[in-house]
Design a protein around this ligand. Structure first.
Ligand SMILES: [Zn+2]
Length: 69
């Protein structure tokens, strides 16, 4: 680890424009103005929903395979 004396700047990925944004106590993206917390929560909800759909698909396919034996 380099001892440059620099404090690492906290970065967050903006879900609105997919750029990394410096977090200087602000909650919105410096580039597109997206609310980072709201966008992150929405992204998490989408990921959760996608996982649920993928799991349902796996189960459906497993049932299909079992049914054709
Ligand atoms: Zn943005």
């Amino acid at each position: 680890m380099a001892e440059s004396g620099r404090i690492p700047v906290p970065l967050r990925l903006c879900r609105g424009c997919r750029r990394f944004v410096r977090v200087d106590g602000r909650e919105d993206c410096a580039f597109c103005g997206t609310d980072l917390d709201a966008a992150e929560a929405e992204h998490e909800a989408n990921v959760t929903e996608m996982r649920r759909a993928a799991q349902a698909l796996r189960e459906a396919l497993a049932g299909l395979v079992d049914g054709t034996r």
